[in-house]
Design a protein around this ligand. Structure first.
Ligand code: CP
Ligand code: NVA
Length: 310
């Protein structure tokens, strides 16, 4: 593994599958790892709100015998009161890892370049790699072979969509992404995914037709129409994205029994109806649970030594 976990693109195929395989083991036998990060501390810089990410990193460190320290958006005012560089140069004297949720991807790259300790991307405007790793782990649990999987993403071509494409490229998944015109995934991420996917059998279809995207889907994924930081665009986006709602009619166009996925938080009644998110095919809380298991493995691989286990 590299020093940091910033983008799934940075992982080798070996790393990608090692994270998934070790997560199977750790989830089945968490007690074996309860001292794996003993005496390790993780600083968690949050510049945006969170439920799942904060809870799963904090509980994850607890379960590995270490400790996590929450820095709220007002704590230290990273990047305002003090630069990312200076904050990093301080933190590395006290803690063994940094998790960061911020706006610009460049903030994470700057922080990672400044410090010798691992930096974990816990969401930027561009990427949400921990989420996508947990999602592919969940798909592997539920469906099996990721290379035989057909995954449809319907909605905004955002950070979650980008990381899902990069994970799909490593896994060799067939992906279809439906977005309104003007809200497509960024071309540079599409290019990276296509390049990474050349050796795995990955395929990617981009469309503005949700029905076309879900036609062969084993799983249908959506996310909020306005991400954190885009609150001012909420009304306009609600109008533009309305035809992209995942509802009973759209799910009926997917494969019979197709799963429903969402990174959460969900805006019920917007991107997904209650009927779909509360239905038996919805695996959204399994995804949320698996954030814990996958991130424990990521922290262990970056901060720990596997021989410490047991
Ligand atoms: N999915 C996710 O990252 O949730 P939070 O924003 O609550 O952390
Ligand atoms: N795209 C969403 C994901 C939240 C986990 C956001 O960035 O707000």
């Amino acid at each position: 593994m590299n020093k940091d976990f910033i983008s799934i693109h940075d992982l080798s195929l070996y790393d990608f599958h090692e994270i998934l395989d070790l997560t199977v083991k750790m989830k089945a036998n968490p007690r074996s790892y309860r001292k794996a990060l003993k005496n390790n501390a993780l600083a968690m810089i949050f510049q945006k709100p969170s439920l799942r990410t904060r809870m799963t990193f904090e509980v994850g460190m607890l379960e590995l015998g270490g400790h996590a320290i929450y820095m709220s958006p007002s704590d230290g005012q990273v990047g305002v009161r003090e630069s990312f560089y200076d904050v990093g140069k301080n933190l590395e004297r006290w803690v063994q890892g940094i998790m960061i949720r911020t706006f610009a991807q460049q903030n994470i790259l700057d922080l990672a370049a400044a410090v010798k300790i691992p930096v974990i991307n816990a969401l930027s405007d561009l990427l949400h790699p921990c989420q996508a790793m947990a999602d592919f782990f969940t798909l592997k649990e539920k469906v099996g072979a990721l290379s035989k999987l057909n995954l449809a993403y319907v909605g905004d071509g955002n950070n979650v969509c980008h990381s899902l494409m990069l994970a799909g490229a490593k896994a060799g998944t067939a992906m279809s992404v439906a977005t309104p015109a003007g809200y497509e995934p960024k071309p540079e991420i599409v290019r990276l995914a296509e390049a990474d996917g050349r050796e795995t059998g990955f395929s990617l279809t981009l469309t503005d037709d949700p029905g076309k995207a879900v036609a062969r889907a084993d799983a249908v994924y959506t996310d909020v129409w306005a991400s954190m930081g885009q609150e001012a665009e909420k009304t306009e986006r609600a109008r533009i994205f309305a035809p992209f709602q995942v509802n009973r009619d759209l799910m009926a166009q997917a494969k019979k029994g197709a799963l429903f996925m969402h990174c959460l938080p969900a805006h019920r009644g917007d991107e997904v109806t209650d009927e779909v998110i509360d239905s038996p095919v919805s695996i959204v809380f399994d995804q949320a649970e698996n954030r814990l298991h996958v991130q424990k493995v990521i922290m262990l691989l970056l901060m720990g030594h596997k021989e410490k286990n047991g």
